[in-house]
Design a protein around this ligand. Structure first.
Ligand code: ADE
Length: 245
């Protein structure tokens, strides 16, 4: 996959791609990530890229020409051009899955100021928000999206790091994990995990994943098609919780 990031602050990305799983994905040539400075496309002698908003009001707006030229310098026929904005569709794992199958992603990051809306209306294919809060720019959201997308590309995670069992993979939050020691400051690891009985462990994990999702994120259960076994477990979870009340 090729990823191009159009930004006024390319230095913000230094370090992010130089460590851990993203670094490995770049080294293995599974992904090729480039930062492009929108300012390099300014035709202004002072490299100015913004101007006052028509109609007045506070702040500045990034002009369309340097963004258009920056997009044109990297765009291919099948590129997805993603603008990071709090007005966008709220990001989730299913969007991450869909983006991970693309050949070319272009991320357009605004910073402080707005972007001339003609770029968004005519050239952007996706508007994404990473949540209902406002950041100073699209750079951090772009990093969040890129990290969550790249780890889904086949070959990026090793066998030991599989995402098959983690939160949101199958529409549930992940079951709790424990490691040695068996007892820590008087707090014991759940007995079933020490039993060696794989069927019982599987059942316990499914119960815990469903329980956690039911308590913390019932909205996720509404969007998920439960198997017969999961429905039975959920019924039991509700009964068990009623007993505690
Ligand atoms: N830019 C500023 N805030 C944002 C958010 N929450 N998501 C995406 N882009 C943004």
């Amino acid at each position: 996959m090729k990823i191009d990031i159009l930004t006024l602050f390319p230095e913000m990305f230094k370090g992010v791609f130089g460590s851990s799983i993203l670094k490995r994905a770049i080294e293995k040539e599974i992904v090729d990530i480039n930062c492009i400075n929108i300012r390099d496309f300014s035709k202004d002698k002072h490299k100015k890229v913004d101007d006052y908003p028509f109609g007045g009001g506070p702040g500045m707006v990034i002009k369309p020409e340097p963004i258009y030229d920056a997009i044109e310098s990297v765009k291919a026929a099948d590129s997805r051009i993603i603008f990071l904005t709090p007005k966008g569709k709220v990001y989730n794992q299913s969007i991450a899955n869909s983006l991970s199958k693309e050949k070319h992603l272009i991320f357009l990051c605004g910073h402080y100021e707005g972007v001339d809306n003609r770029i968004i209306e005519n050239y952007v294919t996706d508007e994404i928000s990473i949540g209902d809060y406002v950041l100073t720019g699209g750079e951090l959201p772009a990093m969040v999206v890129i990290d969550s997308v790249v780890r889904l590309i086949p070959g990026v995670l090793g066998k030991e790091e599989s995402f098959i069992e983690e939160s949101h993979y199958d529409g549930l939050l992940e079951y709790p994990q424990y490691t040695r020691p068996r007892e820590f400051k008087g707090h014991k690891v759940p007995e079933v995990l020490l039993s060696g009985n794989h069927k019982k462990i599987e059942e316990w994990r499914k119960y815990k994943a469903l329980e956690l999702t039911y308590i913390r994120r019932p909205d996720l259960l509404k969007n998920k098609k439960l198997t017969k076994e999961e429905e039975k477990l959920l019924k039991q979870i509700k009964e068990d919780m009623n007993k505690l009340l």
